[in-house]
Design a protein around this ligand. Sequence first.
Ligand SMILES: [Zn+2]
Length: 309
Amino acid sequence: MSHQRISAGFVVGALGALLALGLGAVGRPLVVATASFVGDVVRQIGGDEIELRVLFPLGADPHSFEPTPADGVLLARAAVVFAVGAGLEEGLEPLLATVPVRVVRLAEFVPLLAWDGPDGDHEDEDHDDEHHGEHDPHVWLDPTLVARWTDVIRDVLTGLAPQHADAFAARASAYREALAELDRWIADQVRRVPEEHRVLVSDHRVLGYFAHRYGFRVAGAVVPGLSTLAEPTARELGELVDTVRDLGVRAIFVATTVNPQIAQQVARDTGTRIVYLYTHSLSDPGGPAATYLDLMRYNVTAIVGALGE
Ligand SMILES: [Zn+2]
């Protein structure tokens, strides 16, 4: 990817040239979402009453995405930007810090899991002010946490367009129902996986919230961190190969947004297989994960198919 980095000077210049009204073409608030799955949830609630733009192209990695100058102009015009936050959008954060636009980081409204590194624990944040580890940003892989997003999105949109308050509230309520139904469906599906096979290995540490909600164990990751912006050491890869062999791990789950080369090597070395998941981006509209609900159904079907029986 050859995204151009943006200078602060450029952004200031762009701002000076713009009337940052935060309004779209026909008076609807211009709302920007970072990742495609965030955009889908916002769209479910905002409907036609907002003008929604999704920043990251389908298939882009939210960790590593770096904005273009045109993205800076778009953000400067927006009434609000919905991001996941908690460190997910690492490549975008420098620009978000520069553009004077309201940013709502949805992960701030859910209980985050703390993670102290590959040799530490990955558990409930217990409001420990002494905690110096990272927080896991991958909250959207637990639909009960996305249900909490819906309240935040409804309230923010209502603040921007109070005349549509009833429509936003009705859609948010209907979508929460759909999320609750998805949650029950996932729990049902997971029962088909014998407990000893509920072990997850993924390309990076993406499945913590999913595991926490549905009773899986995260045994390791090809990149033993919360971001894709790192490479495993030879020692870490050796340990992962041992773990996969020792536990008889049946599959390595790899996001459609990352280079699968190292995961493929681990799979070859251990005789396990690669299963692709839509964890960080929706599919294209004709694909199997065109919405957030479809993304979750696709992933759960793939996980249960690989680990079940
Ligand atoms: Zn990730």
